[in-house]
Design a protein around this ligand. Sequence first.
Ligand SMILES: Nc1ncnc2c1ncn2[C@@H]1O[C@H](COP(=O)(O)OP(=O)(O)OP(=O)(O)O)[C@@H](O)[C@H]1O
Ligand SMILES: [Mg+2]
Length: 462
Amino acid sequence: MHPSFRLQPIEVSKENPFANDNLNRKPIVEFVANILGKTGGEPLVLAIDSPYGTGKSIFVEMLQHELSKKNFQIIHFNAWKADHVSDPLIAMVAALDEAFPKAEASVAGIGMKEVKKFATAVIKRAAILGVKVGTGGFVDLPDGIEDAVVDAATDASTDLIEAFAKEERAARCFRTELEKLVASLPEMQKKRTLVFFVDELDRCRPDFAMSLLERIKHMFDVPNIAFVLSVDKRQLEAVTAAVYGERIDAEEYLRKFIDLEFGLPNPPKAEFIKGAIKRAGLNPVFDRRNINERDHIVRFVSVMSDAYGMSLRAVERSIVRLKLVLSFTSDDHGIYAIHTSLLIVLRSVDKPMFDKIVNRQIGPLEAMDYFRSLPGGRGKFDADDGNILEGLLIADLWDTESIHTYRLQQNTIMQRQDSTDASRNNAQHKIAILDSFTQDWDARGRMKRVAATIDIAANIRD
Ligand SMILES: Nc1ncnc2c1ncn2[C@@H]1O[C@H](COP(=O)(O)OP(=O)(O)OP(=O)(O)O)[C@@H](O)[C@H]1O
Ligand SMILES: [Mg+2]
């Protein structure tokens, strides 16, 4: 696909990690950085938990810069990129190796050499034993494998029990050396705690993910090392079940490995949507058109994303589709963009509702009731943002006569003595919105006209 049709992730720079932040992450990043600075030397495994595409990687990148600024030694480990390796320990030690200075003569240089030596011993022993690191004996080895391992062991004249004992010893030495290595951080003018980030754990090979957790628990459980795992816990639970079977209590099992969980907050998305529109290069398009269009779009994409619990990535996808559809239409298409963005969002999150609206099988007020009844919809569609949507649906779905009646009703609310100020303002806003949708152009039936294009755009795969 043409590169300008793909939204690149926001840039997180070292100098100013929050320059492009649209989700007010700074206080959250500082909060988590604080936790990591106050472990008191205790080993810690912290999970940053948030669903797919909701900003974990970017959050973690910001956190890494924040910690680096505070003089922490950090390691970034992308589990997914490493999962072709048989044993995660290999890749983890390689990441460790990169973080420490290579100078052979330095304390860290010598320490690293020892760490690598014992890591190699552990990995070799594990291979001889045919240990499936992550399976803890739960999983039946396929027929013949055990025999093959025994054969291999016998061939190598290695007693399995002996090999096991050696692995244990090597693991113990590994931990001791690792502890010493980390203890050299203050000599390097670094904070005492090494922060080891593991991203994309829920995306890699299930057995690799489980092995990695086991390796963290058994090999890296030493003072002054903190792990930060960014995961979608639901997904990681599914991975656990894939390895150990459905009968395992995945949540309970994962608790063995995770000391502290932190859920990423899901803040208001208006700024994020504005940012996505800008990143998509849509600003010049809107500048040529009616400036209010953009504000309306930002507002109701934001309510819809809350109501439907859309991820950041799902919102971005809608914006990219909007760009595509708009690029096929001329700039003088009236309120086309607002209709289009509503339908694009609906088409991706609620196809049945999309069909009903396009085929006029539902009235505007009925549709509004439905949106309000969504789990995340409560209170979201009542004020100004809801009025925009209501006005849009009315302008599109009703004939002139019904619209006239509706106007009269709102007028009555405005004039009645017993109306509260709030309901009076609301009625006034509803009329203003409806006017803006009906006065300058004929909005009726527009949605039906754009629906086919949107149906086609929905076939774009990401
Ligand atoms: N603070 C932020 N401000 C603006 N945009 C953001 C912010 N955080 C994330 N995004 C954008 O949202 C999208 C998804 O973010 P990210 O890749 O961090 O999510 P994720 O949870 O790591 O996804 P996955 O589950 O696929 O790994 C990216 O395009 C990113 O640029
Ligand atoms: Mg990610």
